[in-house]
Design a protein around this ligand. Structure first.
Ligand SMILES: [Zn+2]
Length: 295
């Protein structure tokens, strides 16, 4: 999706953490394993099986500036500013939409762009963890190098909407957290009709709902953030939803598909629910009260 060049970006809710400059502490690997285990239950994109092992260590991380992200033109030119723009549009969308669903909206506590590794309320994350939402600290974590992986490892067609879809999916998990979904559901359960998959498909549906409304979201001056979405961009986002389906990832990893271990849903399910949100809005995203065969 393309930003209006003169839309004003607000970087106040987004953080950028620099590369870890500290010295890795021995024994850190145990911390990483625990971190990955915890994270694997909340991941927006579960890369378990593809992860090359984290090399996260303890150390100080510098807070870096996003001062170069002033306007929509910057979001069109730079992936970090694109993340800021996506956050801005999503924040505006959910400020209006969440109350309509009976949810009291507050923004994610932090939206963290990191490089290589970082500490989170869910444990230590590395690039191989993939983008995720951490319910205990109500924050979203993204290493934007994941978008390169989406293209090179997963074979996604790419494009800015596929990248913003990932942000919108994680934002969806924040909305679920505010709505109490994360507390009500059994996230250790797996399989095509499990609570885990229902939670992920709802986040995909919320992402689709935002896409349709995105061109109506506005900056502080009433300038719309985004131009209307094109069919080609929607195709890219559907493609991204598809290539990170559990069946596709399993096939890539081991050549075998085992639905009983699914946590995020098949390619078909993920595309279907993204499209449900796209066509019918966030009110249509109740993935919990329908039968498994309808998922
Ligand atoms: Zn997710």
């Amino acid at each position: 999706m393309t930003f209006n060049d003169n839309a004003k970006l607000d970087t106040s809710r987004v953080s950028k953490r620099g590369r870890n400059t500290g010295i890795a502490v021995g024994g850190g690997s145990a911390v990483v394993v625990i971190g990955l285990f915890l994270l694997s239950q909340v991941l927006g994109v579960d890369l378990t099986g593809l992860a090359g092992g984290g090399q996260a260590g303890q150390g100080t991380q510098s807070e870096e500036s996003l001062d170069n992200c002033d306007y929509g033109s910057d979001a069109n030119a730079n992936v970090e500013c694109l993340m800021v723009g996506a956050e801005n549009s999503l924040n505006d969308y959910w400020t209006d939409e969440a109350p309509a669903l009976g949810i009291t909206y507050t923004p994610p506590a932090d939206f963290v762009l990191f490089t290589a590794a970082t500490n989170t309320g869910c444990g230590q994350a590395s690039s191989s963890t993939g983008p995720f939402y951490c319910p205990p600290d109500q924050s979203i974590y993204i290493d934007t190098s994941f978008f390169d992986e989406l293209r090179t490892q997963f074979g996604a067609t790419g494009g800015t909407l596929s990248e913003m879809y990932v942000v919108a999916h994680e934002f969806g998990h924040h909305i679920q957290n505010l709505a109490g979904v994360m507390d009500r559901t059994d996230r250790t359960d797996t399989g095509p009709t499990s609570d885990s998959v229902r939670t992920e498909l709802q986040a995909d549906c919320f992402a689709g709902a935002w896409v349709t409304a995105a061109s109506t979201t506005e900056d502080e001056n009433g300038v719309t953030f985004l131009e209307p979405v094109t069919d080609a961009q929607i195709a890219d986002a559907l493609n991204a939803a598809s290539v990170i389906g559990d069946d596709r990832i399993q096939e890539m990893g081991s050549g075998q598909v085992n639905p009983e271990t699914w946590t995020h849903g098949s390619s078909e399910q993920r595309e279907k629910w993204f499209q449900t949100g796209l066509k019918n809005g966030a009110g249509s995203c109740d993935t919990f009260s329908i039968s498994g065969s309808e998922l």
